[in-house]
Design a protein around this ligand. Sequence first.
Ligand code: NAD
Ligand code: UDP
Length: 341
Amino acid sequence: MSRVAKVLKLDGGPGRRGFDRGRALVAGGAGFLGSHLCERLLADGYEVIALDNFHTGKRYNLAGIARDASFTCAKHDIVDELPADFAVDEIYNLACPASPPHYQADPIHTFKTSVLGSINLLELAKRNNAKIFQASTSEVYGDPLVHPQPEGYFGNVNTHGPRSCYDEGKRSAETLFFDYSRTYGIDVRVARIFNTYGPRMQPDDGRVVSNFVVQALRGDDITVYGNGAQTRSFCFVDDLIEGFVRLMNAPVAPQHPVNLGNPVEFTIMELAEMVVDYTNSRSRIVHRPLPVDDPRQRKPDISFARQHLAWEPKVALSEGLARTTAYFDVLLGGRRFVAPR
Ligand code: NAD
Ligand code: UDP
């Protein structure tokens, strides 16, 4: 029996345990988004199994649900095959490092995670006739030449730069999901997620919101890469998870990926100034070199999600930043330095 089968006690096949909504598997369940999704699925009446290799995920993200009898977490790398007798009704694939420094640390494993990991989970979906969700990304649009980005835009992606392991891996995964759907009739749901932030990002995650908030709370310099004129659109985590659930439960599966993100666009310099203001920090804004292939602008066109999922974000950046700041304040042990500027 494989290690994951032992942890999950899957010898002889688990069978569903009579949960209202069945058994959901969340790959990447110990991560930022995955832990919020596990909580939501438990609240909705699923038995939930989280799989994670703990590359960027943390067990403490799951502290609130660890003792729930309907929840199991097992260490497993989705690049490795899953037990053949693993029974599951729904699969969410969130497993993949999402922050540029993390996904670039081992680019070949990042690519394998998106390609081999997707194949392993799609095979599991095929064996179980399970519905399967893929966490794709706005990075499939690369450095977009169309603004805002609708789902029909094919993107502008470098195939061989330092970001390519992530961007091209996610593009390949989209291909696999729709090929499995066309070939085997599997019900697939693919979300293209735009920059999302909130509690349970890691303080050393490297993404812009966590970096700026942590730097501001510590009184360190706020590191704006380049001149800060590049734009992003920031979605609060609760809004995104609601979008996941609506997409997964839509009565008709969209036959294409669906953008999920907040369409309100900010420059990175505007974000830095907001964070300094909200935290009343003494931090200075400093500039660092712009990373290679850093997209210059990004903003989702969410017309499809609005019309077909009745979904749009509700949490403004000001409110989301306040909630994120409160989380990091506690996580950093209240070592917040606030001084009059
Ligand atoms: P995260 O790094 O917090 O979560 C990823 C999780 O996957 C971690 O727990 C990590 O340990 C796990 N993981 C990584 N490789 C794995 C593997 N091979 N096998 C098993 N587990 C593995 O990042 P996140 O922000 O929560 O992102 C979750 C998903 O959403 C990712 O697939 C990411 O690409 C996608 N996404 C996120 C955003 C965002 O803004 N947060 C934007 C676009 C796409
Ligand atoms: N960024 C920044 N300072 C940081 C981290 C990121 O200026 O400390 C910039 C980064 O160059 C990019 C934007 O913020 O233009 C968003 O970066 P992030 O890594 O969060 O997401 P992505 O580039 O994948 O959209």
